[in-house]
Design a protein around this ligand. Sequence first.
Ligand code: DC
Length: 222
Amino acid sequence: MKKLLITIDGPAGAGKTTSSRMLAQRLGYVCVDTGALYRAVADRALKANVSPDDDAGLENICRDLNISYRIQPNGNRLFVNDEDVTDRLRTPEITMAASAISARPVVRRFLLNVQRELGAKKGAVFEGRDMGTVVFPDADLKFFLQASLKARAMRRYLESPPETRQSVSEVEHDIEIRDKNDSTRIHCPLIPADDAIIIDSTDISIEDLIDRMAAFAIERIG
Ligand code: DC
């Protein structure tokens, strides 16, 4: 059966992570959360005290990073230099640092290669900000998810671990800043690809969303 490379782009909290995981599961595909790659670089930069505008420092960090996704009994896990970092990259501090370092071309260049290598085999759903526009412009099927700021902030609030939980208005504020960073940066800003299917997920259930996306995928598979 024909295998597709599917991309899902959109702002924080629009439903990309959940929908990419569920769509991949439904189709028997792998799912790659590319935001986690930016978070992994940000995590290292914070630990090494490298600031987001120190390009030489960021380049050194990238050079030493060995990133891989491994399928484990508990899902698709992200390993950095043999450490499973999947569950510890979603703190507010790493989130904001990831947004800042993702504007740096040196980081984007490095991760572009990593992402394209991961996508060399089809049968994958990639989610991020520039999947359909820059990383995989020839993808077989592209989605762009959006939702109201309020709905996105509430989702992020509910999914955050209680130990590091911010108030809803703090989450909303951080999302607004990230939206602005991500969509106004010069390099690879967050915009829908011309051929992306745009879906607003504010008022639809995740099950309906997956049904809609899967219907497009099945049509493309033929
Ligand atoms: O999807 P996320 O919240 O985990 O992404 C973290 C940050 O990484 C986000 O602020 C923007 C950046 N990012 C990006 O610039 N390009 C991608 N393909 C994925 C994420």
